[in-house]
Design a protein around this ligand. Structure first.
Ligand code: ZN
Length: 1009
């Protein structure tokens, strides 16, 4: 069956394509101008109580004679009858851990009886809030009604559709109610938080009260929605208007509504107020390739201020027209808050053969590096987080992770098998994604637990069992169930399911197809092949049976996990499964026209393929099968990589083609590009990765190392719409810093370092590792973050403590915390160089050299580390001098100071014949320094050495915490103890972000004096 050709027309020419998405794919991603990351769940109630959002928090309707009626201006609506004791119950976990909450719904009252309850949410009858049938809000805590909104005198009319909204706004400590888009109630200075009212198991009732079992509602209900963000009045008005279809063309994207405090753009902030001049720059580039402009230039400061380099904002072209020919041209930049206009003179020279580096370094296998207690015998954050994950992982049941695979293949479940929840539940179209992460985590945990035989054999058993079952299932696909039976072995000939005329993504108990003998040989997945096939035909992301989630994303996790197991344990069956599915994918994709592939990989979320290109290139490297490298390249995101089908520009030409795009959809594609370079040597794939990294690091990074979180486009998972505008377009109220995205940035960074040993890679790695990854785990369990919000007075929210329900980030967290030791040391391929990149208490066993290196330190609670060499041999010991080590580094070998030039952002090199017992001491004094947001310099984070220090907040806030520091000596007014990393400024406590579990301010409004 050949896929139809798709009409792509304007799609190819449209570059700022998040804008395009908003208009063309209005729907699941951005509904009524609000990104899906802000939505918890949505019940349209037009025939069932299914959750329309991706979170599949399906509700249930209770009572007898459940009725759906036709009612203008809507189609079908749910009618609740008190007599029949009807009500809707939403899963209690829907609101767990949420900080703010908005509820929007339509109601049509059939009676005006007093004490009817529209909805009632809480953990029990003593702690809850409800909206009564007059639109009045009531909040009950410990059995006492402590907040009631004023009587609006705008009673809800009977037999009329009324739009109601309730907003629980944590930052402003306010509760608002709206009737038909107009505010009718406002309670300020609310001292109750949602945490006081909700727990894990809540009662979320629509149409009945929690404490009073006999009060039911007589009304029709339509489109009940829960949001995790405090909706604004405008947003509520838009939701209402769109429902009434007064506005036929839905909400074109406007400026973000969830504004941050504004500052006068003409007022120079932070060090810029002392600026008297900035230097101009000259750069060279080749024809067709945009120059890499320095994001920082030298500045001259007055008043003896020793200021940092000056951040410049340069124009960011969307193509490479200005470098079309040999010559020179000038680019003019701006310095935020000033009139300075630094210039770059660009000289365009003729194109030379691209020279890109060869890979010369290798990581050490996980089993050769072990984490130790610190130099004073104390637990480290690394061991603490590792153990939370390892110990919980050891208690997981593999049958839960196999559940949906067996379900897809119509197999019996073993006794006691319980399915996972969240994104792996029965009807979730991403099911199986956690299984891939699980395989990787098991492999890594196995490799990392050489210190404990019981744990190690536990992980080995789990791995072997998982692979055995997946292998059996994959061997079923495309083969007859009994000898002589019918089957379809050809992956390109898979028909629609039995009794169906088209492909669909119905995964419900009764709707799922399980005719695995028709699926082509080698197929393995936790769902039937339909989603893969539907994507070829242009299916979009969504929850309808005609829509899909991200089939290749899920597959990437699985293939990566299988290859990890193969590489760590040599399990041949794991490799066979990966090869079988690799061949299946090759067979299908190889038939598709390029324009279909471009369309597929540029479909929001549906075309998200994780690092399929990386996985297939890796499979080629392992097996030597050239088709796998070929199929890796079929995953090229041609628009992002090369601009268009003619390869006119794109990231290969240093054009920023990822602005506004979904961050975690695209970072793994870049990882794949680098992997293809490794396996093909085609230089453009290296350029893509290297150019991307520089831009992501410099134009999109928050101070914790995360890169996602846009207000514009309105999607907390996207890069901001224009480079270098985090304040203008970022810091979305739905959260920032999707944790997966940082996981993938670190992986990309590590892989780039293998080719190019620039310290800036490992400086970034250190930043993201300490300040995001280590900071993403709960205090007393392996629960972990999705977004890490950085608005004032935010709080981290952790999920999946017991590893039973995974989002994407819960999945990557399994991987992050089982390989925390993987980037401390690197070696050169010829085993002549040892790189010490991170200062973590650990022991390295360098097998090829017969050398051990024990690193003794309490870093970052002290500013020095010691390396003790075991064994003897000649090698060049290279130690990173971090970018924050502005006071230089002192190195002693066996107690004697080395006379070597060290400068921040370089490697010191100690090349000698090392003897058993040699000791290297490295001291790198910490300094306080600020990391401002590029386009709003006064909003900055405070660092001490590599460690982000954050203000510990008592309560939520709407404004940035203000602090004043001495311009020439930031530490002068900071008190505290470096050995605990706890400090105070103006009486406010500052702690490392990785030790912060309460409310925090990562960004501060800093004044220098
Ligand atoms: Zn994620």
């Amino acid at each position: 069956m050949k896929p139809t050709k798709l009409i792509i027309g304007t799609f190819l020419g449209c570059f700022s394509f998040c804008v395009y998405f908003v208009q063309a794919q209005e729907g699941n991603q951005i509904l009524d101008g609000i990104g899906e990351t802000g939505m918890i769940s949505r019940y349209i109630l037009d025939g069932d109580a299914k959750d329309w959002s991706r979170n599949t928090l399906h509700a249930r309707i209770y009572g007898s004679n459940i009725k759906f009626d036709e009612s203008e201006p809507f189609e079908k609506v749910l009618t609740l009858s008190a007599e029949n004791q009807n009500y809707v119950s939403i899963p209690g976990e829907a609101v767990e851990g949420e900080e703010s909450l908005s509820i929007s719904t339509w109601v049509n009252l059939k009676s005006t009886e007093k004490n009817q309850v529209l909805f009632d949410f809480g953990k029990d009858g003593r702690n809850h809030f409800y909206l009564d049938a007059s639109g009045q809000f009531h909040l009950i805590k410990d059995g006492q009604e402590i907040y009631t909104s004023q009587d609006s005198h705008k009673a809800i009319q009977k037999d009329e559709w009324t739009h109601l909204a309730l907003v629980f706004d944590a930052p402003s400590k306010s509760i608002f109610t709206y009737l038909n888009g107009e505010p009718i109630g406002k309670i300020e200075k609310v001292e109750v938080e949602l945490d006081d009212l909700f727990t894990h198991e809540n009662k979320l009732y629509v149409g009945r009260s929690i404490p009073t079992a006999d009060s039911y509602l007589n009304a029709s209900i339509h489109d009940f929605r829960l949001y995790r963000i405090p909706l604004s009045e405008d947003q509520i008005a838009v939701i209402r208007e769109n429902a009434l279809k007064r506005n036929a063309t839905v909400a074109k994207r406007e400026k973000p509504k969830d504004d941050l405090p504004q500052f006068d753009p003409s007022v120079p902030q932070l060090y810029n107020q002392y600026l008297v001049g900035v230097s101009d720059v000259e750069v060279e580039t080749t024809v067709g390739v945009l120059p890499r402009l320095p994001r920082y230039v030298l500045g001259d400061y007055k008043d003896g201020i020793d200021g940092p380099k000056v951040r410049v904002q340069w124009p960011a072209p969307t193509n490479n027209d200005e470098v079309a020919q040999i010559g020179t041209y000038e680019v003019i930049g701006k310095v935020p808050g000033t009139n300075f206009q630094p210039k770059v003179k660009v000289t365009v020279i003729e194109t030379l053969a691209l020279s890109t580096p060869n890979r010369s370094l290798e990581v050490f296998p996980l089993e050769q590096v072990s984490l130790n207690m610190d130099a004073h015998g104390h637990q480290t954050k690394f061991i603490e987080n590792r153990d939370k994950f390892i110990n919980t992982l050891a208690n997981t049941n593999p049958d839960s992770f196999l559940y949906m695979f067996r379900n897809a293949f119509g197999q019996e479940q073993p006794d006691g098998a319980i399915p996972l929840g969240v994104w792996d539940s029965q009807e979730t179209k991403l099911r199986g994604h956690a299984t891939g992460h699980y395989l990787t985590a098991l492999a890594q945990a196995y490799a990392s637990t050489g210190y404990d035989n019981t744990l190690q054999s536990n992980f080995k058993q789990k791995m072997d069992y998982m692979v055995e079952v997946l292998h059996q299932l994959s061997r079923l696909s495309g083969r007859p169930t009994k000898e002589g039976g019918k089957s379809i072995a050809d992956p390109t000939a898979v028909p629609p399911g039995p009794g169906k005329s088209t492909f669909d993504s119905d995964l419900s108990e009764n709707g799922i197809r399980t005719d695995y003998w028709n699926w082509g040989e080698g197929f393995i997945s936790a769902y039937p092949p339909d989603q893969f096939i539907m994507l070829e035909y242009g299916a979009t992301y969504g929850t309808q049976p005609t829509q899909i989630w991200a089939p290749y994303y899920t597959l990437h996790k699985l293939l990566a996990g299988l290859m990890d197991i193969y590489e760590i344990t040599g399990n041949q069956k794991a490799l066979e499964i990966a090869e079988g599915m690799g061949n299946w994918v090759y067979a299908r994709l190889n038939l598709l026209p390029t324009e279909t592939l471009i369309q597929m990989w540029n479909t929001y979320i549906a075309g998200e393929f994780g690092g399929m290109n990386e996985a297939m290139a890796r499979l080629n490297r392992i097996t030597g099968e050239p088709n796998f490298l070929k199929v890796a390249q079929l995953f090229d995101n041609i628009k992002m990589f090369f601009g268009d089908a003619e390869h006119s520009h794109g990231l290969a030409s240093n054009v920023d083609t990822f602005r506004g795009l979904h961050a975690n959809q695209h970072i793994p594609q870049i990882l794949g590009s680098l992997e293809i370079y490794r396996d093909s040597n085609a230089p453009e794939y290296y350029q893509i990765a290297d150019n991307f990294w520089y831009k992501a690091r410099n134009d999109y990074m928050y101070s914790i190392g995360g890169v996602a979180g846009a207000r514009n486009p309105t999607n907390a998972e996207c890069f901001v719409a224009q480079p270098g505008t985090l304040y203008e377009n970022g810091l979305s109220s739905g959260g920032q810093n999707e944790t997966c995205a940082t996981y993938n940035m670190l992986k990309l960074t590590k892989n780039l370092f293998l080719f190019d040993h620039r310290t800036e890679f490992m400086d970034y790695y250190e930043r993201g590792l300490y300040n995001h990854i280590l900071a993403s785990v709960a205090e007393d369990s392996p629960a972990n973050t999705y977004h890490v919000p950085l608005r004032p007075g935010s709080i981290k929210r952790f999920g999946n403590a017991d590893m039973t329900g995974f989002t994407c980030c819960n999945g990557t967290a399994l991987e992050s915390s089982t390989k925390l030791q993987n980037s401390i040391y690197f070696k050169s391929l010829d085993n002549n160089e040892l790189y010490v990149n991170l200062f973590v208490p650990s022991t390295l066993e360098w097998k090829e050299k017969g050398i051990t290196v024990e690193q003794k330190t309490a870093f970052p609670k002290e500013d020095h580390t010691q390396l003790v060499i075991g064994g003897k041999g000649k090698f060049d010991l290279k130690v990173r001098v971090p970018d924050w080590a502005s006071k230089g580094v002192v190195v002693k070998v066996n107690g004697k100071e080395e006379k070597i030039e060290t400068s921040a952002g370089s490697y010191i090199s100690l090349n000698r014949k090392w003897k058993n017992g040699d000791v290297v001491d490295i001291k790198m004094p910490f300094q306080f320094h600020l990391d401002p947001i590029m386009d709003q310099q006064n909003i900055a984070s405070l660092f001490y050495g590599p460690i982000l220090l954050v203000a510990q907040e008592e309560e939520a806030r709407t404004d940035w915490r203000k602090i004043t520091l001495e311009a020439n000596d930031l530490g002068k007014t900071i008190q505290g103890d470096p050995s605990t990393l706890e400090f105070t400024i103006d009486g406010i406590t500052f702690k490392p972000f990785y030790e912060t579990y309460g409310r925090h301010s990562v960004y501060l409004d800093v004044t220098l004096k």
